[in-house]
Design a protein. Structure first.
Length: 173
């Protein structure tokens, strides 16, 4: 699988749903249709989900059906981090947030875009220890094993700080 570095996620042929605070379109850089959901937190940011072309086209004729199909993702509860979750414009949606945020200086903006790899947007975090490519959070249904609940960790290794404390899981390919 080819790795693609992105500064931002841009959508072509964008459809805006101002009522649902979402956008749909084609991201040429990764070759996928994407649903972008606006999230209001301490500041507004976007979460990105993979959708298929049929759903993109169906939205235009059956908005309600689309909204029902993607209710989890649009609803912004914990289950929004579904198998469709691609990544986010906020570090809080990445695995190990507390660890890497504790090791970076407040003066620098550590989030420097994404690495698209195998269907996921890994956050590119620039630190004094080098660049980290951190996996987005995925939460699978209760009752799943830890490996099933955090499937992207299988492609990662745990990064430790000089004191031996865990920082985050980083892509290891």
């Amino acid at each position: 699988m080819q790795n693609i570095l992105l500064k931002t996620v841009t959508l072509q042929n964008e459809i805006r749903d101002k009522v649902g605070y979402l956008y749909l379109g084609f991201c040429r850089e990764i070759g996928q249709y994407v649903l972008s959901v606006m999230v209001a937190w301490t500041q507004v940011y976007e979460r990105y989900y993979i959708i298929d072309e049929a759903d993109y086209l169906n939205y235009q004729i059956n908005r309600e059906g689309f909204m029902q199909k993607y209710a989890k993702e649009i609803g912004q509860k914990r289950d929004c981090f579904s198998e469709r979750f691609l990544g986010s414009a906020a570090l809080r949606d990445y695995d190990g947030t507390e660890g890497f945020q504790n090791m970076i200086s407040n003066e620098a903006q550590p989030f420097q875009g994404y690495l698209y790899h195998d269907g996921a947007l890994y956050a590119r975090i620039v630190t004094e220890y080098g660049d980290l490519y951190v996996t987005p959070v995925l939460y699978m249904p209760e009752g799943s094993t830890d490996a099933e609940r955090r499937p992207l960790r299988q492609k990662c290794r745990l990064i430790m700080n000089p004191q031996g404390e865990p920082i985050c899981f980083q892509l290891d390919e």
